[in-house]
Design a protein around this ligand. Structure first.
Ligand SMILES: Nc1ncnc2c1ncn2[C@@H]1O[C@H](COP(=O)(O)OP(=O)(O)OP(=O)(O)O)[C@@H](O)[C@H]1O
Length: 638
């Protein structure tokens, strides 16, 4: 008979399987089940090893009462018959030894396997959080205090030695093994004494439950005070780190900081040990009563001859195993609750971090039509762009601005006029709340952010000071081309930092941080040149849009003059947006836009704006008068 191998018949069972799998996946999950799924994803091998070790840890202690009972039964039989003990006695004694050895092996295997599994889970989660934070579309949500809070809690989770989600591997397996021991021991007891077994199991489960409730409350207190402990950490850091300690000393803030630290500590301690744990105490008393009562009954029954020594030994040991199981599961209670709570917080943090990830990566227009490598070819246009920060007022208001391709545009304006905001929108860190930014007529919002950012090179006001080598700090402009030493050096020469790097103790390999062995920190101006070199390295490798936000803010007079002189050469052919309060640099740009309260109020070349005699001319003349007073001839109109 021909087998029907049509795709339909093969697909049907598969789709049924898939729908079953989907139904299973859509079931609501307790955090323990969610953890088990995470652990399975992190490492199948260690998950299986932990499962096996848990099974062994739960069952091996249950064998001991049975074997001990059998040995005592044998011994009693020899005593009764006055016979010489045979080899069976040795076998039972060896079996007891084997049980103990197995228990020890199971506990060791469980410890190793759970630790390895936990490490893998924590690594996977940390990577997940980092990825969610770094690959989200913009940074808007990262400036939202609630999200910042969640993410920092998510990150701190992995620093604490208590309550890391990965510790659930050890604590849950301990709990499962402990509960299984309690139930198994009660079942053994039930063979001899049903009422005692029921009372023991009920008291043990009640105690375990009360301990769980108490642990949960303790974990809740811990997290209730997390905000306070972070504040304490911050205050402690303020008092002990070099940047802050300068101002702390100069302004005499130490008393204030100490007072705040103490009052925060007191608040964090509120509620600790204020309530007596009555219910756990009652439950433990009930359990102790059952165990002591049970043992007393076993002993008296054995003495009265109503119970054989063998049965007495099995029952007494079963009671002990039940207690050991109880101790094992309650010992892990607080850690389990803490780790479960951190896992929940982690999940919320990861969700918040990923919140800005676009639903669809891109509509494909940027790569499909032109390739990201040559945009813009015409212009970047801000059309009626408005933007407000979360919880803030309008930073940009119906702003219209054109940045011609291959030319430079300087943006000037008073503090808070919206200059940096404009750049952040251009880098797609945020999306306009109204209006559009068009690149050669295409909406920037429709571009793949990563592809667009590959076109950009930027020096931000608060540029990053990576505590890595000088080479890495510049190569980060195009990290995948870090082996291009010639390009790195050319960028350093253009940015005027090459000589400083050559003078470092280990040249290009010197870590730019005095906190590392052989490292050396740099001055504010040197760091700014490093940031410029990083951007120029990106330009060297194809970035066509150069963004400079106050690139001369920390430069000395000579370095600033050099930047002015070389500005045209540096930006030649690039679409450049430069923000500066230094008009000597600004005037060299092809076009200048004056921003006031989030709008462009003037735009034109330096000469056009001077002729207009408006806001730009007033600012320029004010600054040149100051420089003229100081005898600096280069900043003069015309
Ligand atoms: N992250 C933020 N959250 C809330 N408001 C912000 C944020 N950043 C800037 N603002 C506000 O947006 C407005 C524009 O700020 P922006 O940094 O763009 O000004 P700027 O022109 O670059 O100023 P400066 O010359 O001082 O650098 C200001 O009123 C500022 O207070």
């Amino acid at each position: 008979m021909e087998l029907d191998r049509s795709p339909m018949t093969l697909a049907r069972p598969r789709s049924r399987l898939a729908s079953l799998r989907n139904a299973w996946r859509s079931l609501p999950r307790s955090s323990h089940v969610r953890f088990a799924r995470l652990a399975l994803r992190a490492s199948r091998t260690w998950f299986a090893a932990t499962l096996l070790a848990t099974l062994l840890a739960a069952t091996t202690p249950l064998a001991t009462p049975m074997v001990t009972g059998a040995l005592i039964g044998e011994v009693s039989a020899w005593q009764a018959s006055a016979a010489t003990p045979g080899s069976t006695a040795l076998w039972w004694a060896a079996a007891i030894g084997a049980c103990l050895l197995l228990q020890w092996l199971a506990a060791s295997l469980l410890r190793v396997a759970a630790a390895a599994l936990g490490e893998r889970v924590d690594t996977m989660l940390q990577r997940g959080l980092m990825k969610a934070v770094m690959t989200s579309d913009g940074i808007e949500h990262l400036e939202d205090p609630a999200t910042i809070d969640l993410i920092s809690v998510g990150r701190e989770t992995f620093r604490s030695s208590w309550g890391r989600p990965g510790q659930l591997a050890a604590t849950l397996s301990g709990m499962v093994a402990g509960r299984a021991m309690m139930i198994g021991a009660s079942l053994i007891l039930a063979r001899f004494q049903m009422p005692l077994a029921v009372a023991l199991l009920a008291a043990a489960l009640w105690t375990a439950r009360e301990e769980k409730v108490a642990s949960r409350q303790e974990a809740a207190h811990h997290y209730g005070s997390t905000e306070l402990s972070r504040r304490m950490d911050y205050l402690h850091e303020l008092g002990s780190t070099p940047p802050a300690s300068k101002e702390v000393r100069v302004f005499g803030l130490s008393g204030l900081l100490l007072d705040r630290f103490t009052s925060t500590w007191r608040r964090s301690m509120d509620g600790v040990l204020t309530s007596l744990p009555v219910r756990p105490l009652l439950a433990t008393t009930a359990l102790a009563t059952v165990v002591i009562g049970g043992l007393a009954w076993i002993v008296s029954a054995a003495v009265a001859g109503r119970l054989s020594p063998e049965a007495a030994a099995v029952q007494a040991q079963a009671l002990m195993v039940c207690l050991a199981g109880m101790r094992l599961s309650s010992w892990t209670g607080l850690q389990t609750e803490l780790a479960t709570a951190t896992l929940r917080r982690y999940e919320r943090a990861a969700e918040a971090a990923a919140a800005a990830r676009p639903a669809a990566r891109s509509d494909g227009r940027l790569p499909a039509r032109t390739g990201p490598d040559d945009l813009p070819r015409e212009a970047i246009r801000f059309e009626g762009v408005s933007f407000s920060y979360p919880g803030g007022g309008e930073a940009l208001r119906h702003l219209d601005l054109t940045v011609p391709a291959g030319r430079s545009l300087a943006v000037v304006g008073a503090n808070g006029a919206g200059k940096t905001t404009l750049i952040k929108l251009l880098c797609r860190m945020y999306r306009p709340s109204d209006g559009r930014i068009l690149v050669d007529g295409m909406d920037l919002a429709s571009f793949d952010p990563a592809a667009w950012r590959r076109r950009l090179a930027a020096v931000f006001q608060d540029s990053m000071r990576f505590p890595l080598t000088a080479r890495a700090n510049i190569a980060f402009g195009r990290p995948h081309l870090a082996s291009d030493q010639a390009g790195i050096e050319a960028a350093a020469v253009s940015a005027g930092i090459a000589d400083d790097v050559a003078g470092l103790p280990h040249g290009w390999d010197t870590p730019l941080s005095s906190e590392y062995a052989g490292g050396s920190d740099m001055s504010g101006g040197q760091w700014q040149k490093i940031a410029l070199a990083r951007a120029l390295f990106a330009v060297h490798h194809g970035a066509g849009v150069l963004i400079l936000d106050e690139p001369a803010a920390h430069l000395d007079a000579r370095s600033e003059a050099r930047l002015h002189d070389e500005f045209l050469a540096l930006t030649e052919g690039l679409t450049t947006v430069i923000i500066s309060h230094r008009f000597s640099t600004v005037r060299r740009a092809s076009s200048i836009a004056v921003l006031d309260e989030g709008r462009v109020v003037e735009q034109g070349s330096h000469d056009e704006l001077m002729a207009l005699d408006g806001a730009y001319a007033r600012m320029f003349l004010l600054q040149s008068a100051r420089f003229a007073d100081a005898g600096a001839p280069e900043v003069r109109s015309g």
